[in-house]
Ligand binder design. Structure first.
Ligand code: SAM
Ligand code: SF4
Length: 354
């Protein structure tokens, strides 16, 4: 059985069909995604060292374990020295790129801190690392400042492209507005960032049609990097009360693999991440994502002592491992997928132009 060519450039209805595929059809979908990946981005995996530098957040997203309303969380900030050491670790180990991720804050002190960190990291590594920021919604001016200070990429997930579903996942106030989220993605692109987005898969109330629309949203907004992962419940969040509506985790995982494969077929030369949330459900989750079309992996290089406090969902892995352990085990695992790591390469998305 071969992949049906009518799905080469699928419309909304055809994406829904692909996401529902099972058996031989699903196998063909994964084979086609692997073929497209090989042809357009190669059997290569890029590393992005993930530094979760602070879990302080002024937002209260209903799904997230580090939301401001969760009083059980111990709030931390890595020191500048710890962040720069982690960046140096990434550089010395030829990761090529890092992601600085945190809760969302909008104070001038926070904005200045990022300015300073960007300058220090670039000088400590001779500008040898691509730096991605993932620090939430900011003004266009702030995005520009950080870009001018040396950040080249920005990740801001739309979470879901359905505004009604978005409003069920967030408190109903100005700080959590769908339109503002979309505006931020436009500002990021206009500023010149390699802009990435993504969604959670298997959310309560989410339909397959929503997921098809998510893929079309990514395509219509010409995103160059995508990070999608299964939604995972956290007992200390308001969304937990809907857990009986959720698909079993293994089905959310399977749906995520299909989303990756369909996206690869539609947006051939973008970067797609194999996300940590996949590993929570299946120990080989990220490897399976790579085989379904992903080409980026984000090893967590946050100093071990802080990782237990950045728990977005229950069951997050690797909290008792140090960065070296993660790197060694990942290298061996990627070799098993038939892909090669590109040491020291920035791995800019071939889709990016500005
Ligand atoms: N605060 C920034 C933001 O929201 O863009 C960056 C950090 S935030 C923790 C990064 C991503 O974690 C969010 O975009 C969301 O998709 C994901 N996330 C949060 N809670 C999650 C959950 N329960 N299951 C899966 N992913 C989750
Ligand atoms: Fe804060 Fe991001 Fe979590 Fe929302 S998803 S509560 S903005 S850390």
């Amino acid at each position: 059985m071969h992949f049906n060519t009518k799905y080469n450039n699928p419309d909304r209805q055809q994406i829904i069909e692909l996401l529902a595929s099972e058996g031989d059809e699903k196998k063909c979908l994964f084979e086609e995604a692997a073929r497209v990946k090989k042809e357009h981005v190669g059997d290569i995996v890029y590393f992005r060292g993930l530094i979760e530098f602070s879990n302080k957040c002024h937002k209260n997203c209903l799904y997230c374990g580090i939301r401001s309303g969760n009083r059980k969380v111990f709030r931390y900030d890595l020191t500048d020295g710890e962040i720069i050491d982690s960046a140096r670790f990434a550089f010395d180990n030829r990761y090529g790129s890092i992601v600085l991720q945190s809760g969302e804050l909008e104070s001038e002190a926070f904005v200045k801190r990022i300015d300073r960190l960007l300058t220090k990291i670039n000088s400590a590594t001779n500008g040898g690392l691509r730096i991605t920021l993932s620090c939430g919604e900011q003004t266009a001016d702030v995005y520009r400042r950080w870009f001018e200070n040396g950040a080249q990429r920005y990740l801001l997930r739309i979470e879901t492209s359905n505004p009604v579903l978005y409003s069920r996942l967030h408190p109903d106030n100005r700080k959590h507005s769908f339109n503002r989220r979309v505006e931020c993605l436009h500002d990021l692109r206009k500023t010149g960032y390699q802009t990435g987005t993504g969604v959670m898969i298997g959310l309560p109330f989410q339909t397959t049609a929503d997921l098809a629309d998510d893929i079309l949203f990514m395509q219509q907004n010409d995103m160059v990097m995508i990070g999608m992962g299964p939604y995972l419940e956290h007992a200390d969040t308001p969304l937990y009360r809907y857990r009986s509506l959720l698909l079993p985790q293994i089905k959310r995982f399977d749906l995520t693999l299909k989303m990756i494969a369909v996206l690869r077929i539609i947006m051939r030369d973008i970067n797609i991440a194999a996300t940590t949330a996949m590993q929570v459900i299946d120990k080989l989750g990220r490897e399976k994502a790579i085989m379904a079309g992903a080409n980026v992996i984000m090893p967590n290089i946050t100093p071990g002592t802080y990782r237990d406090d950045y728990l977005l969902y229950d069951g997050k892995p690797c909290t008792d491992e140090n960065p070296e352990d993660c790197k060694t085990c990942l290298e061996a695992r990627i070799a098993l997928t038939g892909n090669e790591i590109a040491p020291g390469e920035w791995g800019d998305s071939a889709h990016y132009s500005f």
